[in-house]
Design a protein around this ligand. Structure first.
Ligand code: 13P
Length: 251
């Protein structure tokens, strides 16, 4: 099974910056075997098409940051799965903690988006993770289990096989505080046991940097990364990709 490293650019970059960042990533992974590491970039919506052109012919996957659950309709400002698919998007983030906390997305909304993505032929990256107060109260596993249960309810095995899960503890996102390999490894093991034998690959996200990528990637159960801030610079993103590729596999 390959590892995965996906850069979530969030609401950063202007058009030309997005294109040159994408070109830098595509150039940097020219010699990388996608059977070892699958690399993706998730630019802002307006730049998906230009970034898609910049990575055409490379192994870089085009990923979107969000979608609306419905295929079309009177939803001013929203972007649907079929629109993304028509731009060549292959995967889409669903349930990122910033969507949950800043845009009021609850588990039902996340589940609807997951189904909208699957129906449009987009493979979802389901994001889960607890807040600091929930971890301090010892509730991190219960919180993540509830997020997983809401999203996975009624998904058939074929749909499950198309997912990636990203564990992103909210307290580690954009804070410079990374989960330790032990904390991340423990949660990944919990997620894997909760989802059972057909559990999808599980990525870690939250202040992943070139300096901590190797240790995290060498941790049993961590199948790759969802990278925020450090994905905005091609060199630091590529260093994380290389740290992931070179880390010993635990299986
Ligand atoms: P940072 O890497 O900036 O902490 O962001 C993580 C994240 O939210 C990726 O989706």
């Amino acid at each position: 099974m390959p590892r995965y490293v996906v850069g979530n650019w969030k609401m950063h970059t202007l058009r030309d910056e997005a294109v040159s960042l994408a070109e830098g990533v595509a150039r940097g992974i020219r010699d990388l075997d996608p059977a070892e590491v699958v690399v993706g970039v998730a630019p802002p919506f307006p730049f998906l098409e230009a970034v898609g052109r910049a990575i055409a012919g490379s192994a870089v996957l085009l990923v979107a940051q969000d979608l609306h659950p419905e295929a079309q309709g009177a939803f001013t400002g929203a972007v649907s799965g079929p629109m993304l698919a028509s731009l060549g998007v292959e995967r889409v983030l669903v349930g990122h903690s910033e969507r949950r906390s800043l845009f009021g997305e609850d588990d039902a909304c996340v589940a609807a988006k997951l189904r909208g993505a699957l129906a449009a032929g987009l493979d979802p990256i389901l994001c889960v993770g607890e807040r600091l107060a929930e971890r301090e109260a010892g509730r991190q596993e219960a919180v993540v289990a509830a997020q997983l249960d809401a999203a996975f309810a009624d998904l058939d095995p074929a749909a499950r096989a198309r997912l990636l899960v990203a564990y992103e503890p909210v307290w580690a996102i954009g804070t410079g505080v990374t989960a330790t390999p032990e904390q991340a490894g423990a949660m990944h093991a919990f997620i894997r046991s909760h989802l059972g034998p057909a559990a999808p690959p599980i990525l870690y996200g939250g202040s992943v940097k070139p300096k901590n990528a190797s240790d995290l990637a060498a941790t049993p159960g961590i199948d790759g990364f969802l990278v925020g801030g450090a994905s905005l610079d091609a060199d630091s993103f590529l260093a994380i990709v290389e740290g992931c590729r070179a880390a010993p596999r635990s299986e």
